[in-house]
Design a protein around this ligand. Structure first.
Ligand SMILES: Nc1ncnc2c1ncn2[C@@H]1O[C@H](COP(=O)(O)OP(=O)(O)OP(=O)(O)O)[C@@H](O)[C@H]1O
Ligand SMILES: [Mg+2]
Length: 354
C-alpha cells in the first residue's frame, strides 16, 4: 500500500488515502465533501527517492557558496552531508527546506518540485536547524506539545518522549537541560509531525563525546523507524558511524560521494601497521631492505603499509629475526579524514576549526 496525497480542486484541502499502484478509487474531500475519482500512479524508480537535487547553485555577491551540485537521497537512508566550516552545508540544506532561494537548479522532495509545490510536502518533512534553541521556560513536554500544535498530522508526544529516552526529563525546564539533552529535545521536536524526511543540521556540534553518542543512537533510531535522515556534519566519525550514503562538500562543490566502503576503497590509503617505540635506529633500514613501504612517525615509531593481512606477520618476523624490540603494535584502517586529505590536501578537522 502506498500513500497518495491530493489537493481538492474545490476547496484546496490536502488529503491522503492509501491504495495499490495503478488502483483507481472514488474518494471524497474531508472538508467540502466533493467526490472524485483518483488513480494512484504506477510505481516507478522515483518512488524510492526522497530528495533529488539537480545543478543547485547559490551565489552571494562574489561568493559561490554552493556551486552546481547534484545528488539523490533514497528513502529510509541516513545521508550525511560532510564538510568543513563554510563548505556550503547549511546553505544547501536550507535551500532544500525552502528557507533560502536557489540562484539556479531544481530540488524535488518526495517527487514534488519544491519551487511550486513546497506547500504540498511541508507537513511531511521536519527541520532541526543549526544552533537550535527553544523556549527557555517551557518544560520538555510543553515544548513538544507546543510544536506539535503547529502541524495537522501529530505523532503521540508520550511515545516520542519514551523513544527519545526523555521520560525522566519531561518536567524539566528547557533552560535547565544539558547541551546533549537540549539536542535530544531538538531531535524529538523533529518527530512531532511524524515526518517522512528529517533534516538535522549539525545536531551534535559542541557536545561532549558521551552526549554525542547518545544523539547518534537517537538518529540511528530514526532510520529504524523508516525515516529518511539528511544529516549535515563536520565530524567524520559521525558520518562513518551513522551514514548509509555520504557526500563530501568542500568550497561549495561535492568532491566525493558514495557509501563509506566505496569512499574508502576509492580514495582511502592502505591499512597501516604502527610499531611503537622501536628500540633500534636500523629498523627502518632493515625493513626497507626487505621491500616494505616504511615511514618514520614520531619518537621511534615506525609505520608500514599493509596490503594483505599476512604482511603483518612478515614485518614482525623480520624485526624478530633482527632482534629489534618495540613496545607494541597497532593496526589502523583508512578513514574519511584520509579521504578528505587526499582529495583536498587539507585535514577536515583542521579546516573545521578555522
Ligand atoms: N546570507 C549569506 N550572505 C552571504 N554569505 C553567506 C550567507 N550565508 C552563508 N554565506 C557564506 O556562504 C558560505 C557557506 O556557508 P554555510 O553556512 O552554508 O556553510 P556551512 O558548511 O554550513 O558551515 P558551518 O559548518 O560553519 O555551519 C560561507 O562562506 C558563508 O560565509
Ligand atoms: Mg552550517
Amino acid at each position: 500500500m502506498i500513500e497518495q496525497r491530493f489537493k481538492c480542486p474545490n476547496c484546496g484541502e490536502i488529503a491522503s488515502f492509501y491504495g495499490l499502484p495503478g488502483e483507481t478509487k472514488i474518494t471524497s474531500c474531508a472538508s467540502c465533501h466533493l467526490q472524485g475519482r483518483i488513480t494512484i500512479p504506477a510505481q516507478n524508480q522515483s518512488d524510492n527517492v526522497a530528495i533529488e537535487v539537480s545543478h543547485l547553485k547559490k551565489v552571494y555577491g562574489d561568493l559561490i557558496a554552493v556551486n552546481d551540485i547534484s545528488f539523490t537521497v533514497k528513502k529510509g537512508e541516513i545521508f550525511a552531508f560532510l564538510g568543513p566550516n563554510g563548505a556550503g552545508k547549511t546553505t544547501t540544506v536550507e535551500m532544500i527546506e525552502s528557507i533560502r532561494t536557489p540562484t539556479a537548479g531544481t530540488i524535488k522532495l518526495l517527487s514534488i518540485d519544491i519551487k511550486n509545490g513546497f506547500n504540498l510536502i511541508k507537513e511531511r518533512i521536519s527541520i532541526l536547524p543549526q544552533e537550535f534553541h527553544s523556549f527557555e521556560r517551557f518544560t520538555v513536554r510543553e515544548t513538544l506539545t507546543y510544536f506539535s500544535k503547529l502541524y495537522k498530522k501529530r505523532a503521540d508526544i508520550d511515545e516520542i518522549i519514551d523513544a527519545m529516552d526523555l521520560r525522566s526529563h519531561k518536567k524539566k525546564l528547557y533552560r535547565n537541560l544539558s547541551g546533549g539533552l537540549k539536542q535530544r529535545v531538538g531531535v524529538a521536536l523533529s518527530l512531532v509531525n511524524d515526518p517522512e524526511i528529517v533534516f538535522l543540521d549539525e545536531p551534535t556540534t559542541g557536545l561532549d563525546p558521551k552526549a554525542r553518542r547518545e544523539v547518534w543512537q537517537v538518529i540511528a533510531d530514526l532510520r529504524n523507524k523508516g525515516k529518511t535522515v539528511f544529516l549535515t556534519t563536520h565530524y567524520m566519525e559521525e558520518a562513518e558511524h551513522l551514514a548509509d550514503h555520504i557526500a563530501i562538500i568542500h568550497k561549495g562543490k561535492i568532491i566525493a560521494e558514495g557509501s563509506l566502503q566505496e569512499l574508502l576503497s576509492r580514495y582511502g590509503e592502505k591499512t597501516t601497521l604502527y610499531i611503537k617505540n622501536c628500540k633500534s635506529d636500523d629498523a627502518k633500514y632493515h625493513l626497507e631492505e626487505k621491500g616494505f613501504d616504511v615511514h618514520l612517525s614520531g619518537d621511534g615509531d615506525i609505520t608500514v603499509k599493509i596490503e594483505y593481512k599476512e604482511k603483518v606477520l612478515e614485518v614482525l618476523s623480520e624485526l624478530r629475526h633482527e632482534c629489534i624490540d618495540y613496545d607494541g603494535v597497532d593496526i589502523r584502517g583508512s578513514n574519511l579524514e584520509e579521504v578528505f586529505l587526499r582529495l583536498t590536501g587539507a585535514r577536515l578537522t583542521e579546516e573545521a576549526e578555522t
